[in-house]
Design a protein around this ligand. Structure first.
Ligand code: CP3
Length: 344
């Protein structure tokens, strides 16, 4: 018997109402059970690399809210970590790495890549057995450009000036870096699929800071390279691209990368989202601050999205990750409203 996984059907072009729902960063600090588990595990990376912990925190939001999809608990930066770059997370500061110099690019060491990531594959495989059969399991990676922004600067920055500058000064070396990241990310996603992921999502959180030429070179081309490699091995697995901040370039992005679905950030107008639905599924795009605010602001945001996107393939989500200060009751209210299909 085949199980219906609603989110997979929508990504393959079905219009389903009420739409399937999940949230980016759905396992995270807004949940008391996550904070407790994090305390027990020690560091954030210990949580990511220990399948017992990672499986447990992935399941927490599914148990509480019954989301239609579950996303593997890990981080995009485990890929540069597996290529030999150092990585740590400091409370309140986010990720910290040693900034990369030009000569470091050809010194990346992929020899232990899959061994390093074996706990992630183990987590995916255990999750597929532990999840309800109708729940879609999403694997993910960071897009090469977004990974490179952290690798070059060594930490998050407001506009990724260090990576932009590096890319303009050293385009050949930067291109080698992104190609290497793309090839390893493609293999990483294939292994997640082989371990049980139904769908994969490529997070390009910093796509929005690039000029037009750079968007093509550093965002579109590397993601197209990943998509081509996945399709060779897994032609039927839906791939979601999330080029946050891509604005008017969203449609070019889908066309040129070949991704199945588009993750939309909250700044994308719903009229544009409706246009994008003509070529395939869209996912999004509630402003996470409406979820923090709750009440009328939340209801209005959810209603508009449901009303406008219900005539085409749509996966309900936030326009970016849920933030730690979000009240749990607001998440429940959002889920209830989406499930009831209550628009305006
Ligand atoms: O969505 C999920 O529930 C799956 C898990 C997931 C995490 N990070 C867990 C996490 C996913 C898909 C990511 C992706 C990720 N990580 C991105 C792309 C998406 C985005 O949010 O833009 C980026 C840029 C990162 C890098 C990263 N990891 C940053 C900048 C931070 C610090 C910011 C913060 O919220 O603290 C992290 C840490 C991180 N990744 C946490 C979680 C739950 C918080 C760590 C903690 O528990 O202390």
């Amino acid at each position: 018997m085949t199980t219906r996984r609603m989110m997979v059907e929508v990504l393959n072009g079905a219009t389903i109402f009420p739409p399937p729902i999940w949230m980016m960063r759905q396992a995270g600090r807004y949940l008391p059970e996550y904070r407790a588990m994090r305390q027990e595990a020690g560091s954030f990376l210990d949580l990511c690399y220990n399948p017992d912990f990672a499986v447990e925190v992935t399941l927490q939001p599914i148990r509480r809210f019954g989301f239609d999809a579950s996303i593997l608990f890990s981080d995009i930066l485990v890929v540069p970590h597996a290529l030999g770059r150092d990585l740590r997370f400091e409370e309140g500061r986010g990720p910290l790495m040693t900034p990369m110099a030009l000569e470091d690019i050809d010194r990346l060491d992929p020899s232990g890549f899959h061994e390093h990531l074996a706990p992630v594959y183990e987590t995916v495989s255990r999750l597929r057995s532990a999840l309800p059969s109708e729940t879609t399991l999403i694997g993910f990676c960071g897009a090469p450009w977004t990974l490179a922004t952290y690798m070059i600067a060594g930490h998050g920055t407001p506009d990724q000036a260090p990576a932009r500058l590096f890319s303009h000064r050293h385009p050949e070396a930067f291109s080698r870096l992104l190609a290497l990241l793309a090839d390893h990310s493609a293999e990483y996603l294939c292994r997640q699929i082989e371990a049980g992921a139904d769908v994969v999502q490529i997070f390009d959180s910093w796509a929005g800071v690039l000029d037009e030429i750079s968007f093509e070179r550093w965002c579109v081309e590397p993601v197209a390279r990943i998509v081509r490699q996945i399709r060779l091995r897994h032609p039927n697995v839906p791939i979601i691209g999330f080029p946050k901040g891509a604005g008017s370039l969203y449609s070019t992005y889908r066309e040129r990368t070949g991704v199945t679905g588009l993750g939309l950030d909250w700044s994308v107008p719903l009229s544009q989202a409706v246009d994008l639905q003509r070529d395939g599924a869209v996912q999004g795009n509630l402003d996470p601050m409406r979820l923090v605010a709750g009440g009328a602001a939340l209801q209005e945001g959810v209603s508009l999205i449901l009303d406008r996107l219900r005539h085409g393939p749509h996966v309900f989500n936030l326009g970016h990750g849920i933030t730690p200060q979000t009240p749990i009751e607001h998440v429940q209210a959002m889920v209830d409203q989406v499930r009831s299909g209550r628009g305006s």
